[in-house]
Design a protein around this ligand. Structure first.
Ligand SMILES: [Zn+2]
Length: 61
């Protein structure tokens, strides 16, 4: 079982809990990496589509 430390009371509790059982402070959800991955994947897809469009236009002209 992984534990984390509360930022308010420094108490230790289960990582899967959404708030500290000692003082009730909600755990900040790290959504930044997920957002970064989404942007990265979107850029990748855009890049691949751009390459395909370039290739198709090269062969059709
Ligand atoms: Zn706490």
């Amino acid at each position: 079982m992984e534990t984390r430390l509360c930022s308010q009371c420094k108490g230790e509790f289960d990582r899967q809990l959404e708030e500290c059982p000692h003082c009730g402070t909600p755990v900040p959800i790290p959504n930044y990496p997920r957002f970064g991955n989404g942007v990265f994947v979107a850029m990748w897809i855009f890049f691949v589509i751009l390459i395909i469009v370039l290739l198709v236009s090269m062969f059709t002209v």
